[in-house]
Write a protein that binds this ligand. Structure first.
Ligand code: F6P
Length: 375
């Protein structure tokens, strides 16, 4: 087993509460327990490309457990396709060169789906990488929890609580848009905890008439207001059919021109999300005769101080990541399963989204308390 002296660390993708707690856990264990040097790369993989870094010491790691964001900064670059003024460039060689120049023995990458994919590309390029799962969307495969989810679900739940009193006072429908382009964990969890009357998630396409019927039923029994929790990526049955056709076209495309066209179409369909929530509110106004308002929770869900559970998860996973490095178990992500930490190959995680199964126990619980899922 090689002797570890120096490791690199970065945070990539959308920020999430608990990133600093994870950096602190990795850094404090690496420095305090093993005496390793820890090189922090700034703004995610961009720091490795541009060799932009900061040596972390114990003092810098102190006082960050409770802070939001990431002290290292972040970015969303794809290492094999970095946008430059002269076109897209594959930057893997530059990254490998930075890694070697710093004489790193390992690289710890903390991030979501995109980060796991980038990490896999670097593992395939020969680097010794260990990853941690982070995203408020909780959609990373092979782990029960991701760093940031617990805080975000708390923020979204509190927002729904607050929206209740104003919706009730004005006899309005309030459509609250919650983050989650592909997976509906955040909306489903916050929707249940916040008592939303309708919960719409990307995994269950909705029929607007059924939503209106649910709201009208409430009105007829005296509840002349409704809260609709809608995920950014939730879609109507018609929209879902278009998406399915675009996915099929992409899979069956044979020429690169056809592939590019199909990809553009797919991005176009995904890109229409912002308008969907507003359109839904307008449709519901027409179908229910109630006034509707939209509240987009947006980045508030990602900001601020991490919850107790996220600090705990980040500390458990961060310290476990150092153990993997010490034992030479590279190419692995530290995952959480119940109260245990396990190592899963990044190759099994990358490219696999953890979606809400239609028969998941949260879905069942929501239905059993009378919540409409729009289907
Ligand atoms: O962090 C995940 C996520 O919050 C998604 O739910 C959301 O769609 C996306 O990030 C938006 O982030 P950005 O605007 O930073 O790309």
């Amino acid at each position: 087993m090689k002797k570890i002296k120096r490791i690199g660390i970065l945070t990539a993708g959308g920020d999430a509460p608990g990133l600093n707690a994870a950096i602190r856990a990795v850094g404090k264990t690496a420095i305090g327990e093993h005496g390793w040097e820890v090189v922090g790369f700034l703004r995610g993989f961009t720091g490795l490309i541009e060799d932009n870094f900061q040596l972390l010491d114990a003092r810098m790691l102190s006082g960050i457990l409770t802070t939001g964001g990431t002290m290292l900064g972040t970015s969303r670059v794809k290492v094999h396709r970095v946008q430059t003024p002269s076109g897209d460039r594959d930057m893997r060689d530059e990254i490998v060169a930075t890694y070697r120049r710093h004489q790193l023995d390992a690289l710890v990458c903390i991030g979501g789906g995109g980060t796991q994919k980038n990490a896999l590309r670097l593992i395939e390029a020969g680097l010794d990488v260990v990853t941690l799962p982070k995203t408020i969307d909780n959609d990373i495969a092979c782990t029960d929890d991701t760093i940031g989810f617990d805080t975000a679900i708390g923020v979204a739940t509190e927002a729904l609580d607050r929206l209740h009193s104003t919706a009730h006072s004005h006899h309005r429908i309030i459509v609250a848009e919650i983050m989650g382009h592909r997976a509906g964990w955040l909306t489903l969890g916050a929707g249940i905890a916040g008592g939303a009357d309708v919960i719409l998630i990307p995994e269950i396409p909705y029929d607007v008439k059924k939503i209106a019927a649910a709201i009208n039923r409430r009105s007829s029994t005296g509840s002349r207001f409704s809260i609709v929790a809608v995920a950014e990526g939730a879609m109507s049955l018609e929209h879902a059919a278009k998406l399915e056709a675009a996915v099929k076209a992409k899979t069956s495309a044979t020429t690169s021109a056809a592939k590019a066209k199909a990809k553009r179409r797919l991005n176009e369909i995904y890109g229409h999300h912002a308008g969907n929530t507003l359109r839904l509110a307008t449709q519901l106004e027409k179908l229910t005769q109630l006034e509707a308002r939209v509240s987009i929770l947006g980045y508030v869900q990602r900001g601020g101080t991490p919850s107790c559970s996220d600090r705990l998860l980040a500390t458990r996973l961060g310290t476990a990541a150092v153990d993997l490095v010490r034992r030479g178990r590279f190419g692995m992500m530290v995952a959480s399963e119940s109260d245990e930490v396990k190592a899963v190959p990044v190759a099994k995680v990358a490219g696999n989204l953890k979606m809400v199964p239609r028969d998941h126990r949260w879905v069942e619980a929501a239905r059993r308390v009378g919540t409409s899922l729009g289907d």
